[in-house]
Design a protein around this ligand. Structure first.
Ligand code: ATP
Ligand code: MG
Length: 579
């Protein structure tokens, strides 16, 4: 590629609305341009990286036995009505009508279309297992598109879907995809973790998110540095250890903070103390001696859950342990209907069912809300002062919690960008859409399905987020926009341009992805651009070094540079090959 004929659209400054490093750098390097909120053009440099990621994904999908198809971007409503998602899918689904008033939507994901496709084409168990995939645009009308192509509205996804005879075979398809995903992200040079995202009701986890580790990630994940364990903060289980409440140590712990009389509940004025922090400061009581009471609105009505003051509720775990379809924090008008006051809710005489996190088992004589404005209660004890229906693991994990993998290890929180998701679907779609094959005994059986997504643009952005320095992007060789860039510093110098052009042709013949910056720009501009777009190897051809029969070659990632004889072509290739 000759930069004199190329669209190199580098910028000195990033636009003001670019928040993350990757967003800023991708704009500055001329990789992407916004045309509307969450809708982007990919410019040549961006597209080159995008295609390299796409090719890695395609190769690994093909290697794993998945078959490529292409489904439409615009999908008819009847399939979505059949699966029941037409009404359930919220505003992320962009709906439209054709000239005959028929309803369609822009595909945000393709379970419906692929279930229909496979149902039509696959009749017998003999054709199973089957995994199909596509790499194609999706549209989700995200409420807050941001961070460039990281959270876009239109974006390209690789989505794969597996179809199996039964659960056992589906597990094999799942692990094939899981392994393919690991290879994909390794080949893209990403530091990532496969994170357990949710657990099935009957053992085994059925969903993993692949998280690229980055401070700007939107997801908080809990990882163990000593083993492979990683899980979403919402779902990571807490390994609960019951304390001996009669032990001496416990007696000592009880006294943490202000010394409180043991038995009798004491009502205490706590003006305007709404948060646990306020209460802790005001009363001089350790936050771990305070219990938060949260009122939830669920499909079974209003109920309360108790959590230790310094912990956060995991609604995901709570819903799962309670077997609820729906649960969220109750609204003010719902709270107003029960015997309490927002900000001062407590379990004593609350009048609704009360559940609690396991940690409450280790607590006695604690502080709770008084169900009255500006009042709290001291020395509250469950069993004595109120009843707990059930204890469960429903708090988020925190730094220092025991690793579920090995008791001697601990978890710590970190941030991640979700680049891929593998999911065991079971018969959810094949049942609702009545998609069947004929099994060995001639019986109609629902397909056992899995779905597997990777956001291609998000992988590019995540890679930029992980690989950069103050001068710009420094992507790994496998996904860099070019592998080698030749910079003739003075194109008017006949010797320089002739040598540079010859070298360009020779390197091209060796099948490297090579470019030559033959623009009539200063050497400084060319160096800056080469660092900004992040070409791993730069060969600088200048009049002075050429006089000495030398050229300079630089490694963008290590900043190593050497001078090498201009005729030592194999030495030059050795440097590029890292030898
Ligand atoms: P998120 O929680 O980030 O919204 P999701 O759970 O909705 O992701 P999936 O439905 O599992 O995502 O989609 C599969 C993959 O598609 C994701 O892992 C991600 O890489 C990509 N993806 C999802 N939403 C977007 C988006 N708005 N922009 C770019 N890529 C996306
Ligand atoms: Mg989403």
């Amino acid at each position: 590629m000759r930069f004199s004929e190329y669209l190199l659209a580098t910028l000195k400054e990033a636009p003001k609305d670019a928040e993350t490093l990757s967003h800023k750098l991708m704009i500055r390097a001329g990789m992407i341009r916004k045309i509307a909120a969450g809708i982007y053009n990919f410019l040549p440099i961006g597209l080159k990286v995008f295609r390299k990621v796409e090719n890695i994904i395609r190769e690994e999908m093909n290697n794993s036995g998945a078959v490529e198809v292409m489904m439409p971007f615009v999908t008819p409503s009847d399939l979505w009505i059949k699966s029941g998602r037409w009404d359930l899918y919220g505003k992320e689904l962009l709906r439209l009508k054709d000239r005959a008033d028929r309803e369609f939507c822009l595909g945000p994901t393709h379970e419906e279309v692929v279930t229909d496709l496979v149902d039509r084409e696959v009749k017998s168990y003999r054709n199973l297992p089957l995994t199909v995939y596509q790499i194609q645009p999706k549209f989700r009308d995200e409420i807050r598109p941001r961070f460039g192509v990281m959270r876009a509205r239109e974006f390209v996804m690789k989505d794969a879907y597996s179809f199996d005879l039964n659960e056992e075979s589906a597990d094999k398809s799942y692990s094939k995809m899981f392994d393919a995903y690991k290879r994909i992200f390794e080949r893209c040079g990403l530091r990532f973790r496969a994170v357990e995202a949710d657990s099935g009701n009957i053992g085994g986890s059925f969903s993993h998110e692949f998280m690229v580790l980055a401070e700007t990630g939107e997801d908080v994940i809990m990882v163990c540095d000593d083993c492979d364990y990683a899980a979403n903060i919402e779902t990571a289980p807490v390994i609960f250890r019951q304390k001996d409440l009669n032990s001496k140590q416990h007696e000592k712990n009880r006294g943490a903070g202000k010394d409180m009389p043991e038995n009798k509940i004491e009502k205490i004025s706590t003006p305007s103390c709404i948060s646990v922090k306020d209460v802790s400061n005001f009363l001089g009581v350790n936050i771990t001696k305070i219990v938060k009471t949260m009122v939830l609105s669920t499909n079974e009505g209003l109920e309360a859950v108790l959590i230790r003051g310094d912990h956060e509720l995991s609604l995901t775990k709570y819903k799962k342990h309670r077997g609820l379809d729906f649960a969220e924090l109750a609204m003010d008008d719902e709270i107003a209907k029960i015997n309490t006051v927002k900000g001062f809710t407590g379990p004593v005489n609350l009048g609704i069912k009360i559940f609690a996190d396991n940690e409450l088992k280790n607590m006695t004589s604690y502080v709770t809300g008084g169900n009255e404005k500006d009042f709290h209660l001291l020395n509250v004890n469950h069993d004595k002062d109120f009843n707990i229906e059930d204890f469960m693991d429903c708090r988020q994990t925190v730094d220092g919690d025991e690793c579920p993998g090995y008791p001697e290890y601990t978890l710590k929180s970190t941030r991640g960008i979700e680049v891929g998701h593998v999911f065991k679907l079971g018969t959810k779609y094949s049942e609702s859409m009545n998609a069947v094959f004929t099994d060995r005994d001639g019986k109609d059986t629902n397909f056992y399905m899995g779905c597997y997504g990777i956001g291609v643009g998000r992988v590019v952005a995540a890679a930029v987020e992980q690989h950069n320095d103050k001068n710009g992007i420094k992507l790994p060789f496998s996904i860099s926009p070019f592998e080698v860039l030749i910079i003739p510093t003075d194109i008017k110098n006949e010797k320089v341009i002739t040598y540079a052009n010859d070298l360009y042709e020779k390197i091209k013949l060796e099948s490297y992805d090579v470019a030559i910056d033959d623009r009539a720009e200063s050497a400084g501009v060319k160096f800056k651009d080469s660092e900004l777009i992040g070409v791993p190897y730069c060969i600088v051809v200048g009049p002075k070094s050429l006089e000495k029969n030398m050229v300079e070659i630089k490694d963008r990632r290590t900043s190593n540079k050497i001078e090498i004889s201009k005729d030592d072509f194999s030495g030059l290739l050795d440097f590029i090959n890292g030898k």
